[in-house]
Structure formats: structure tokens, C-alpha cells
Design a protein around this ligand. Structure first.
Ligand code: BGC
Length: 400
């Protein structure tokens, strides 16, 4: 049996748009309409059934919960605050604390208020000021009970799917716009980081820990030319934003999912020079087809720790697995590699599994099932076999 460090945080991660339901004021709701894709609709109904979420968290024995605030709900119009929604988050945080569960609060997890997306969202410099004002409102009202903040979830994924691949709102394809968005997200983080600290100081609350969650991919090269190529790709996707905001990160939040081996294969399958190698021997996360290669946990954590020497929290790691036949092994293998990186000196303070219950998986709707729980017809969150397994790990702080 291998023990994790003392005071290790065991958690699960969710995001507001994916679980709350009824968030029609968001650019995502419009996108679903426009693209004719499955709608988030009522989602897990967590806005009304959050007590059920908390019961499930207790059954999972976790001591931390990462969730996000739905900006489009809390500020439905420019400068107008929804006080009922504020009560919801207040109560959620209060109840979590009463159960000994530490809230990790994300301010922005992909879903924008319509009134901001109508002004070009994060392409517009004004978004920085909007984000600052929103941060201030949230922190003034919730900060007394929160020690951990994630300002922005996965800036590079958000910007590349929305501004390079046109898969997510606003559906654009422009490298110039992508760069603008990235720059504004970096600035938004910095301004939000400063604002959070300012509010805590004003009230004499003890200093919070603030970061972003970065979705870093593992890139490996099959040949010499690909090695040069992935050097550039790694810089753009894994390091460039961290480098820009490094002085404004109290820890590094890492979302670990993707394994990519790259080969030089000019003009094949619509690619210019390089393509992703397909590994038939690797197991796949069902519906989405992602290759499962748990060693990426070790590779990414050791790489980021060596580079930046900051505490790391794994703020997401998970697998889409319809019949729950692979999740237990996936968790075990990932945690084994996480322990290896800790044994070799990486300072890792916590692990959050994605996700609590099967929920709305963006353009993939409800068919991709990432939950440790499923939701039955009476809204009960029922632990799957993998959920029972994770509960044991969290309870014993160790891996068998
Ligand atoms: C995102 C989640 C998403 C998960 C699984 C992460 O990149 O933060 O919102 O559901 O991956 O795709």
C-alpha cells in the first residue's frame, strides 16, 4: 500500500454549465441552437439538487470540491447582479464547509454571458474590465469562505476550439483572433489575481491560493523532424500562457487528458507535414476515442514541476467510459504515475477527478460519460463501481 502525502486534497471537479441546468443566458445555449447539437437543458439539475451533489461528495469521501460560478447566471445583464444565484453559491459553499469539504472555485469555465459574447467576448479588450468587476463582486461576497481560486479554466483549449477550430462558440478560424483572445485571457487572469488579493487584504482574510487550470498535452516525437515541430507546439500549447502569468500563480492547476505522438508524414489525411500517430494497441476512452496512456500523468507533472518549481494540483483527470469498465484501472494507473512523480520530488498537493456525475460534455452532449456517479430517475447520484473505488482511495489516502 502506497500512502499519499499528509493533507493531500482528494476531490472531484465539475463546471456550472455542465451540471447546473437552465443556463439559457449563455453563449453556449445559443451555440447549441445554432449548430443543432444536443442541448445542455436541465443538465444534472444541480442548481436545484445541489444537496444531492453534496451527499454524493460525502459518499466519495472527498475533502475538496472544484466547481465553477456561472457568470451568465450571476451577471445576466451588464452590471446587473442576480442575488438569488449568489445565495445559491453561498449556500453551496457553506454546506461544503460544514462537511469538511474545501471549495475550489473556478470563475470562468468556458461559458460566457450572452451580453459579453455579443461584444465579441474575450476578443474585445473590454472583457478584461468586465472580468475584473465580476471577480470583485464574487470575491466580496464569497471570499470569506474560500481559500482556493481558479480564475480561468484551460485558456488554450477555450481559445483554440473557439478561434482556430471553429468547433465551439464563437466558431471562428483566425490565428490573429486566437492570439488576441489568449492575450486578453492572460490579462484577465492577472487583473483578477490582483483584485482577489486586494479584497482579501481589505478584510484581513488570510491570503488565498490562486491559479488557472491548464490543459497540458503530452507530446512525443516519432522522428527527428517531429521533434523540432513538437518543440514549437509544446511551447504554444503547454508553456506560453504559464510563462506569461507565472508571477501570478500560487500553484499550478493541471488538467491531464491527452497523449499525442507526432510523426512527419507530409500531405497525408489532409495534414500538411505532421500528423498524430494512431496506436491500435492502446485502449481508447470509448465514445470520444481518446487514447489511454496513463504515463502522461508522470511526464506532465515532472515536466511542469522541473520547469516552474511550484505546487501542483491535478485539477482534472478523467475518462469517458459508458459502462464503467475502464475507469477503475484508469484511476489506479494515473495515480500510480502521480505517486512516482511525488516520490521523485514533485510537490503535488491534490488530485481532482473529472467528474462527479455524468454530465453535459459540450459538443458531445450526454453521450460521453465521465462520472463517478450516474443519476437515477429520482435524481439520486449513485456511485458507480469506480466511484466506490475512488471513495476508498480518498478515505485511506493511499493506493493499493
Ligand atoms: C474540461 C471539461 C470537460 C473535460 C472532458 C476538460 O478539458 O475542462 O469541461 O468536460 O475536459 O472533456
Amino acid at each position: 500500500m502506497k500512502k499519499f502525502p499528509k493533507d493531500f486534497k482528494w476531490g472531484v471537479s465539475t463546471s456550472s454549465y455542465q451540471i447546473e441546468g437552465g443556463n439559457n443566458n449563455s453563449d453556449w445555449a445559443l451555440w447549441e441552437e445554432k449548430r443543432g447539437i444536443e442541448k445542455a437543458g436541465i443538465a444534472c439539475d444541480s442548481y436545484r439538487k445541489y444537496d444531492k451533489d453534496i451527499e454524493a461528495l460525502e459518499k466519495l469521501n472527498v475533502n475538496a470540491y472544484r466547481f465553477s460560478i456561472e457568470w451568465s447566471r450571476i451577471e445576466p445583464k451588464d452590471g446587473e447582479w442576480n442575488l438569488e444565484a449568489l445565495e445559491y453559491y453561498k449556500d453551496l459553499i457553506k454546506k461544503l464547509k460544514s462537511k469538511g469539504i474545501e471549495p475550489f472555485v473556478t470563475l470562468f469555465h468556458f461559458s460566457l454571458p450572452l451580453w459579453i459574447s455579443e461584444q465579441k467576448g474575450f476578443e474585445n479588450k473590454k472583457s478584461i474590465q468586465y472580468f475584473k468587476r465580476y471577480t470583485e463582486f464574487i470575491v466580496e461576497n464569497l471570499g470569506a469562505d474560500v481559500n482556493f481560486w481558479i480564475t480561468i479554466n484551460e485558456p488554450v483549449i477555450f481559445a483554440s476550439l473557439g478561434y482556430l477550430d471553429a468547433e465551439w462558440p464563437p466558431g471562428k478560424r483566425s490565428y490573429r483572433k486566437y492570439l488576441k483572445v489568449i492575450k486578453n485571457l492572460e490579462q484577465s487572469h492577472i487583473i483578477s489575481y490582483k483584485k482577489i488579493n486586494e479584497v482579501y487584504k481589505k478584510y484581513g482574510w488570510s491570503k488565498p491560493a490562486i491559479s488557472m487550470s491548464f490543459n497540458n498535452s503530452n507530446f512525443e516525437a516519432k522522428d527527428f523532424l517531429s521533434r523540432i515541430y513538437i518543440g514549437i507546439v509544446k511551447y504554444i500549447f503547454n508553456y506560453s500562457v504559464i510563462n506569461k502569468v507565472i508571477n501570478y500563480l500560487d500553484f499550478i492547476g493541471l488538467n491531464v487528458y491527452f497523449y499525442n505522438e507526432i510523426e512527419f508524414a507530409p500531405f497525408k489525411e489532409g495534414n500538411l507535414f505532421f500528423r498524430k500517430v494512431k496506436h491500435d494497441n492502446l485502449e481508447k476512452a470509448d465514445v470520444l476515442g481518446w487514447e489511454i496512456y496513463p504515463k502522461i500523468m508522470y511526464n506532465l507533472v515532472t515536466d511542469i514541476y522541473k520547469r516552474y518549481k511550484k505546487d501542483i494540483y491535478i485539477t482534472e483527470n478523467g475518462i469517458s467510459d459508458t459502462d464503467d469498465s475502464r475507469r477503475e484501472k484508469y484511476i489506479k494507473d494515473n495515480l500510480r504515475y502521480l505517486l512516482k512523480s511525488i516520490d521523485e520530488g514533485a510537490s503535488v498537493k491534490g488530485y481532482f477527478h473529472w467528474t462527479l456525475s455524468d454530465n453535459f460534455e459540450w459538443v458531445n452532449g450526454y453521450k460521453a460519460k465521465f462520472g463517478l456517479c450516474y443519476i437515477d430517475s429520482s435524481s439520486e447520484r449513485v456511485l458507480k463501481k469506480s466511484g466506490e473505488y475512488y471513495a476508498k482511495i480518498a478515505q485511506t489516502n493511499s493506493l493499493n
